[in-house]
Design a protein around this ligand. Structure first.
Ligand SMILES: Nc1nc2c(c(=O)[nH]1)N(C=O)[C@@H](CNc1ccc(C(=O)N[C@@H](CCC(=O)O)C(=O)O)cc1)CN2
Ligand SMILES: Nc1ncnc2c1ncn2[C@@H]1O[C@H](COP(=O)(O)OP(=O)(O)OP(=O)(O)O)[C@@H](O)[C@H]1O
Length: 178
């Protein structure tokens, strides 16, 4: 029952985000990125997990470039088996599974991040993440032996007023949208 609710909600969020990404995308990206940047400055985060955006996600590439100029370490997911590991953001990017772009593999030890900025498809009543349904972010955080600050970001707030999440789903400390 709950799982089918969750997948219906996921589908409706994806539709909304696809629609939303067709109008004023540039403006929404800019506003959200400004907020993310202020938040990072305020708390002085130095090691940040970001992501290489898909079209319906907030375009954080300008933010990544700014942070790198300020000596802030930016990492992005590098899909590995049922989850991902962290690699430093660097060019070139290669198109991988699900059309996601990633830097080349890196064999450095896994860094300790203090902030994770996570794209979401939706959120439920408890501010828990609904993603594309592969559980990759869930597994990544479950396997970490510390807890970084977690910020969810999306182009248009898509929040359910009921509980749809299960025990693995990650929860936001902050939500930044526009
Ligand atoms: N930018 C970004 N990177 C990420 C994620 C993400 O959500 N966003 N991930 C989060 O786990 C991981 C990749 N996992 C993913 C799992 C499934 C789909 C997926 O089902 N994609 C749809 C297409 C979406 C679209 O319409 O563009 C598909 O393939 O049908 C995407 C990413 C790691 N990197
Ligand atoms: N830590 C974990 N260990 C084992 N299975 C897990 C773990 N986290 C999530 N899963 C499983 O992964 C599957 C997908 O999870 P879920 O539907 O919550 O994905 P999602 O959060 O929407 O997507 P994603 O994290 O990929 O963007 C579920 O069957 C869930 O039980």
């Amino acid at each position: 029952m709950k799982e089918s609710h969750k997948s219906d909600f996921r589908k409706s969020c994806i539709k909304r985000l696809e629609f939303s990404s067709r109008f004023l995308k540039f403006y929404k990206d800019k506003k959200t990125v400004e907020k993310l940047e202020k938040f990072i400055e305020l708390y002085n985060f130095k090691n940040i997990l970001l992501y290489i955006p898909m079209s319906m996600e907030v375009d954080v590439l300008p933010l990544i470039n700014k942070l790198r100029k300020r000596q802030i370490n930016v990492f992005v997911p590098f899909m590995y088996k049922d989850s991902f590991k962290l690699v430093r953001y660097r060019l070139p990017l290669q198109k991988k599974r699900f059309g996601i772009r990633e830097p080349n593999n890196s064999f450095c030890i896994q860094p300790r991040i203090d902030l994770a900025i996570v794209p979401v498809v939706g959120m439920d009543k408890e501010w828990k993440r609904i993603g594309f349904g592969k559980g990759m972010y869930d597994r990544f955080f479950y396997r970490l032996d510390y807890k970084p600050t977690i910020v969810f970001t999306q182009l248009t707030l898509c929040k359910a007023n009921e509980t749809l999440s299960n025990k693995y789903d990650i929860q936001a400390d902050f939500v930044i949208t526009n």
